[in-house]
Design a protein around this ligand. Sequence first.
Ligand code: ADP
Ligand code: MG
Length: 679
Amino acid sequence: MLRKELNIFTFRDLLEHFPLRHIDKTQVNLINEINPETEFIQVAGTLVDSTIIGEKRGKRLVARIRDKSGILELTWFQGITWVQKSLLPGKDYLIYGRCGFFNGRPQMTHPEMELLASVKSAGKNFLEPIYPSTEKLKARSLNGRQLGTLTSVLLPQVAERDIPENLPAPLLQQLKMPSRYRAYCDIHFPKSPQDYQAAVRRLKFEELFIAQIRLALIKLQRHRYSRGVVFEKVGDIFTHFYNHVLPFQLTGAQKRVLKEIRQDTARGKQMNRLVQGDVGSGKTIVALLTMLLAADNGYQSCLMAPTEILSQQHYQGLTALLKDLPVTMRLLTGSTKAAERRKVLAGLADGSIQMVVGTHAVIEESVQFQNLGLAIVDEQHRFGVAQRAKLWQKATIPPHVLVMTATPIPRTLAMTAYGDLDYSVMDELPPGRQPITTVHRNEMQRAGVMDFIRTEIAKGRQAYIIYPLIEESEKLSYEDLMQGYEQVKSFFPEPKYYISMVHGRQPPEQKEANMQRFVTGDTHIMVSTTVIEVGVNVPNASVMVIESTEKFGLSQLHQLRGRVGRGSEKSFCILLTGERVSKDARERIKIMCATNDGFKIAEKDLELRGPGDIEGTRQSGMLNFKLASLINDKAILESAKKYAQLLLEQDPDMTSADNLPLKSHLLAKEGKTSWSKIS
Ligand code: ADP
Ligand code: MG
C-alpha cells in the first residue's frame, strides 16, 4: 500500500519522506475563531454526521463537526467511500487542515483527522510532523499524522552509523550545520523550530552540494581525459577578416567569449561550451569567428540552426561576409536538392568545403567530413546526447562543441541543469541600440495599432504581426492566421503595401521566398506564426505586433520581441490581447512592458512557472531535488557551488581523510549517474 501510493519501498524511503510541516499539538482552536484569513488550523469536536452528495464529478463527502462554539464542514472529493467508512459519528476527533469559506460557512477540505482518545493516549506533546499522504492511506489509518507514528517507531532504531555523514567535517563546522544523522532526526521530530530550520538547511545544502560536485566532476573528467583537436594559431583568414571585413567593433562581451573559446580550443581538450546571450547580443558573429579559427588551423566546421529559415539566413549573411576569403561555405538542409546535396557531401568528404551551415541534417549519417573540428549549435539550450553521439562518429577526435542559447536561462538553472558545460555569458548589446518600447493594447484599439504601423512604414520601416501557434489545435491556429492575414490585407491594400506570410504548412521553397521578400524590403509586413521565432534578423523592421499575447510564455515573448530593435532605429513591440486578460497573463505583460533584459525576464519566468517548465530542462534529472528549490534557495545554491568548487580545487580526487565520506557517498550512488562521456 505504501509502496503503491507514495513510492515508499524501504525504511530509508520512509526516512526520506519528509514532513510537509509541523503542528504544535498543544494548540487547539475553536471553530468560531476561524476567519477568512485563517490558513491552517487545528480544532477538536464531535462528528455529527456524514453524507455523500452530488453526482459524478461533483460527487463529494460532507461531514459536520461540532464544538462548543459552532459547526465546521469537512469535505472530501477523493476516496469518499473509504473515508465515510472510517468516520464514526458521535466520536470526538482532533482535526487539522487548511480552511476556507464557502457560502459564508467555514469549511475544511481533506482534513487530517484522528480520534481524540488515541491522541491523548499517545501523549505526544512536541512539534508533530504532518506528512504528505493520500486519501486511500488516510482511510486505512495512515494519514499525514499517523505516518509520523511509523517514523517515530523507526527512527529510534536507526543508529548514527546507519545515516553516515557524507559532508566533510571542517565544512560542517565552518557552516555550523548539524550532522546528517542529527538532521534526519530533527527534520522529523525537532525539539524547536530552530532545530527544524537547521535540519532543513543542512539537507538542502547537502542535495545542492552533491549535485554541484557531480557536475563539476563531469567537467573535470572531460578537461582531464578528453582529447580535443588543437586550434593553436590565429591565422591569416581570421586576421584578415577581423581587420578588413568585420563591419563593426566587437563588444566587450563578444571579445571576452572569443577569448574563452580561444583558450578552450588551444589546450588539446575537447571544448563543450554554452554561450548564454540575450537576443540581439551578437552571437552569430562569435560563431563565425570561431569557424574561421578552425579554418585557420586546417579544420572543417559546421553551424546548425533549429529551422530551415534560420539556416538560410545564416548562410546568406555569412557567405556575404566571406566572399573575399579563401574558404568555402555551403548550405545543407532537408530541402537541399539531390544534385546539390551530392556535391556538398563530396566536398565535405574531400575537404574542399571547409564550412557547412544547415539544420540538423548536417549530422545525418550519410554526411562524412574529412576533418570536422568544430560544431556550433545555434539558438538552442541543449544539444541532445543522441545528437552528440552522432557527432562523435564524424571524427576520430571529437570536435569542439559550442552551444548558443535561444534565450537566457536563469543563473540558478544554468548552474544546475547545464553545470557540466563550460559556460560564457554575453550580457552586453552592441552599441547604438535604442531600447525597445513595449506597450499593451486590446482589441478595441486595433485600428490605432494599424495606424501606427502605417506611420512606421511611411518612414521606411517594416513590421511583423505574429499569431500564436497552438500545438493542440494546429487547424485553429491556421484559421486564425488566415483570418488575420485577410484583415491585415484590408488595412494595408496592394499596390501601396505588400505583405509576406510565412507558416508551417507552406512548402519550404515558398516559406523561403516569402521570407526573402521581407528581408530584401520588397514587402512591408510579415504576417507569421512563431516559425520566425528564433534567430531571424531583419534590422530594418521596427514594429513587432503580437496577437493573442496571453497565449505566449514569457521567454517566447522576449524572443519574438528580439526580432526588432536590431538596427539603429527606435523599435516598438505591441502586445495585443482581448479585453479580458487572466491574472497570469497580465503579470507576464507587465514584466514585458517593464524590462528588455532577457536575464531578468528569465528569472521572472522561473518564478512564475517553476523549473519543471522551463524549456529544455524538463528531461534533466539534475532538477529533481527533494527539498531544495531553485527559486527559494538561491543563496544555499550559491554557497553549495562555491564550496564544491573549492573542495575540488584543493582535492580533485577526494583523497584526503575529510573528503573520503563524500567520495564513498558518490561512489555508492554512482550507478544512477554515469560520470563519463556524457558530452
Ligand atoms: P543574436 O545574439 O540574437 O543571435 P545576432 O548575431 O543575430 O544576435 O546579431 C544581431 C545584430 O547585431 C546583427 O545585425 C549583427 O550584425 C549585429 N551586431 C552583432 N555584433 C555587433 C557589434 N559588435 N556591433 C554592432 N552590431 C553588431
Ligand atoms: Mg542568433
